[in-house]
Design a protein around this ligand. Structure first.
Ligand SMILES: [Zn+2]
Length: 147
C-alpha cells in the first residue's frame, strides 16, 4: 500500500486547476454573452438575485455562484477566520464568486443578501433538471419552486 497523502494533494491540485478552468470559461462565455446557450438551469432568490448558475460544457457540468455579502452575525457564525481570509475580498464578509465543476462538490451552499446558507443538494438539482425546469426560486427556508 502506498501512502495516500500525496494522492490527496494531487487530487486537490487537480480540483483547483479544474476550478480555475471552469471560472475562466464562465467569464469568457459571459463576456461574449454566450452563457445562455450553455445554461441548463438557474436558481434565484425570491428577490431575483442569482444564487446558482448551472452550465453544461463539453468538459462537464459547471456550477457558478456569484459574489455575495453576508450580514455580520450570519457571517461570523457561518465561517472561519481562515475561510474568510482565503475566500473574501475584504478579509471579512464580501465573499468572492465561485465557479467549479459539479463533479468536485456534493452540494452547494447558496447565499445572497436575502438567502443565507441554504444548501442545495446535487440530487435536488438533478431532480429539477429531470422535471424539465430551467429556472427555480429558492427562499430563505430552502423551499424550491419553479421560477
Ligand atoms: Zn437575494
Amino acid at each position: 500500500m502506498s501512502d495516500p497523502a500525496p494522492d490527496l494533494a494531487a487530487q486537490a491540485r487537480a480540483s483547483q486547476q479544474r476550478a480555475a478552468l471552469a471560472a475562466a470559461t464562465y467569464q469568457a462565455l459571459k463576456q461574449r454573452r454566450r452563457l445562455k446557450s450553455h445554461r441548463i438551469i438557474t436558481y434565484r432568490c425570491p428577490d431575483r438575485c442569482l444564487l446558482l448558475d448551472v452550465l453544461n460544457l463539453p468538459q462537464g457540468v459547471v456550477f457558478h455562484q456569484p459574489a455575495y455579502k453576508l450580514p455580520p452575525a450570519v457571517n461570523a457564525a457561518a465561517s472561519s477566520t481562515r475561510g474568510r481570509e482565503k475566500h473574501t475580498r475584504d478579509g471579512d464578509r464580501r465573499w468572492q464568486s465561485w465557479t467549479y465543476f459539479a463533479e468536485d462538490c456534493t452540494n452547494v451552499s447558496t447565499n445572497c443578501v436575502h438567502v443565507h446558507q441554504v444548501v442545495l443538494d446535487k440530487a435536488e438539482v438533478k431532480a429539477d433538471l429531470d422535471a424539465g425546469h430551467a429556472e427555480m426560486v429558492v427562499d430563505g427556508a430552502g423551499e424550491r419552486r419553479p421560477g
